[in-house]
Design a protein around this ligand. Structure first.
Ligand code: CA
Length: 239
């Protein structure tokens, strides 16, 4: 991949993890600025204006979620959260506060690379402001053409209800990235429904029955237990 070098700020107090993540970031073409504390990290962000922030939630000086909330007041730089397995609740909070994705420690190189690529690719797309006039989205046998309002599986048109279609297009816009239950509920039904994940489960089950070959073992709409859903990453096809 020949991409321009991009700035990334990595905020992680654990030295081993920091080295490891810095190496992977370097490998996908990022110039990495490392910070051990939230305070150093916030300073590095102001100084280097990164395209990506990788943030550990358990930092010695401040809670990572506070850092996200503060950053999101003025800044929409993508944030990838690193969290320990014991921080399940914080993960959801971090995503709801505006983090773009998360990884639970320990994670593998490929997993980390793919999350970083999804995030950076999405920012590039948004920066080019091609949203809405891009070609159809494709992942394996599933194709979603927003312009034509057409969803096909192995070339066969699939009939979706308006609500199912809205959920699917929201997932497509965030392909490869996790969306929390609250985020989906808020986007589709509005603020009053954010605490009703059972709504979502019903519609997701319906959607899966239509687009998954085996709804019990989905390969397109993946469940992130206790967190939300992630659409398999795919590609935008040229018209
Ligand atoms: Ca830590």
């Amino acid at each position: 991949m020949t991409e321009a070098l991009r700035n990334a700020v990595l905020i992680e107090d654990d030295k081993m993890t920091r080295r490891y993540v810095a190496m992977v970031l370097g490998g996908v073409g990022c110039q990495v600025w490392e910070a051990e504390t939230a305070a150093q990290g916030v300073l590095a962000i102001a100084l280097h204006r990164p395209e990506l922030i990788v943030l550990d939630l358990g930092l010695p000086d401040r809670d990572g979620i506070e850092v996200i909330k503060e950053l999101r007041q003025t800044d929409d730089t993508p944030i990838l959260v690193l969290s320990a397995r014991t921080e399940e609740v914080q993960k959801v909070e971090a995503l709801d506060a505006g983090a773009d994705d998360y990884l639970t420690k320990p994670f593998g190189v490929l997993e980390l690379q793919s999350r970083i690529r999804v995030i950076l690719r999405r920012t590039m797309r948004t920066n080019k402001a091609t949203e809405g006039n891009g070609g159809p989205f494709e992942t394996e046998d599933l194709r979603v053409d927003i312009q034509q309002r057409l969803v096909t599986l192995k070339g066969q048109a699939i009939h979706l209800t308006p609500l199912e279609y809205r959920i699917l297009t929201l997932l497509v816009a965030n392909a490869g990235r996790v969306l929390t239950h609250r985020q989906i509920l808020q986007q589709i039904w509005g603020d009053g429904y954010m605490d009703r994940p059972h709504y979502l489960r019903v519609f997701m089950a319906g959607l899966r029955r239509k687009i998954e070959e085996n709804p019990a073992d989905p390969k397109y709409i993946l469940t992130e237990t206790g967190i939300g859903y992630r659409l398999a990453s795919g590609r935008t096809v040229q018209r």
